[in-house]
Design a protein around this ligand. Structure first.
Ligand code: XMP
Length: 326
């Protein structure tokens, strides 16, 4: 009978066969389950001839680069390079408020930065990079064939056509026959931490689409800290696994509040938490215990995040609302 353990051995053998004894492979990692599992599989198959690249786009979660470095490089032994391109991304996002424009800017800048890095790494290893690793799953394969809806834009992030043509790279997609639950199982077999295996998805454009309106460093920091507190409390409260995706967004409005004997006029954080299996439709997380936790989270955010005096909970389902606000 077919098992994930067999899959690992077969896939490692297949990768070794494809790449050969001297070939090198490059791939972007994000800190998410799919790219980490794919990277771990490559590392098992060809060791340091797999080059993982993490592009810091300036809109990632709090301490994300350090955490990915600790996990992938230090703990899992993956050959990882972190490219700090935060300034470039944030400069290009200046003055931009349209959600799709933000996505395009981030997607295009990502490709540009990643391509430049790929060229550098290729030079360093004597022009031996032949393959580009992608953590594509089976639903992505199906979707890119049959579905041209709003999430077609999701794929712009992964459009690395230039690399494939200019550097003459070929694609390697070890997860392309797997569903998400199978990738998690694979992650467990490969020894990934539970924390990583069960991590909520995070959009490529990151906090840029969770800071509504213009994305500035200051706004990103507010959204990032609020989100960090939110997720930390969700984990402490034991709700993380039940929730499919949760995050904090910074709304482009100001609200009146009162602090001591002074009137305040500050920003508003919206909390989102949904349950879903396929992310095509989603239900808002509800429950008495959950609401008590939300109340505590609200006071923590208002106390600890400077510039915020109000927290609201988004109770919309998808459809008609989407999971993200932008
Ligand atoms: P929506 O907001 O469309 O989101 O209900 C469905 C799922 O897709 C994620 N998402 C994205 N992921 N790039 C990504 O990589 C994007 O531009 C993007 N937009 C939404 C979202 O976080 C949710 O998991």
């Amino acid at each position: 009978s077919w098992s994930m353990g067999e899959f690992v051995n077969k896939e490692i053998a297949r990768i070794r066969q494809i790449v050969g004894p001297a070939g090198h492979v490059i791939g972007a990692v994000s800190g998410g389950v799919d790219s980490t599992v794919a990277a771990k599989l490559m590392n098992e198959a060809i060791g340091d001839r797999f080059h993982a690249v993490l592009v810091d786009n300036g809109v990632m979660r709090l301490n994300e680069c350090e955490n990915v470095k600790k996990m992938l490089a230090d703990k899992m032994g993956i050959n990882l390079k972190i490219v700090n391109a935060a300034d470039l991304f944030l400069d290009r996002l200046k003055g931009v408020t349209d959600p799709e424009k933000k996505r395009k800017i981030i997607g295009n800048t990502f490709i540009e930065v990643f391509e430049a890095e790929a060229a550098i790494i290729d030079k360093e290893c004597g022009g031996e990079i032949e393959y580009l690793l992608q953590g594509t799953l089976y639903p992505d394969v199906i979707e890119s064939i049959s579905f041209k809806g709003p999430s077609a834009t999701i794929k712009t992030h992964h459009n690395v056509g230039g690399l494939l043509e200019d550097m003459k790279l070929k694609l390697i997609e070890p997860l392309r026959e797997l569903f998400k639950d199978e990738v998690r199982e694979l992650g467990k077999i490969l020894g990934l931490d539970d924390e990583l295996v069960w991590r909520h998805p995070f959009p490529g454009p990151g906090i840029a689409i969770r800071v509504l309106g213009e994305v500035t460093r200051e706004q990103v920091e507010i959204a990032r800290l609020a989100d960090h507190i939110y997720i930390e409390e969700i984990k402490k409260g034991g709700f993380y696994r039940q929730i499919s995706q949760a995050y904090a967004a910074l709304l482009p409005v100001k609200a009146v509040g009162v602090m001591g004997d002074k009137r305040t006029y500050e920003q508003v954080i919206a909390l989102r938490a949904v349950e879903t299996t396929d992310f095509m439709s989603a239900d808002v997380m509800i429950g008495a215990e959950w609401f008590l936790l939300l109340k505590r989270i609200s006071s923590r955010i208002i106390n600890e995040v400077k510039g915020v005096n109000r927290v609201v909970y988004d109770i919309s389902s998808k459809p008609p609302a989407t999971i993200e606000w932008e």
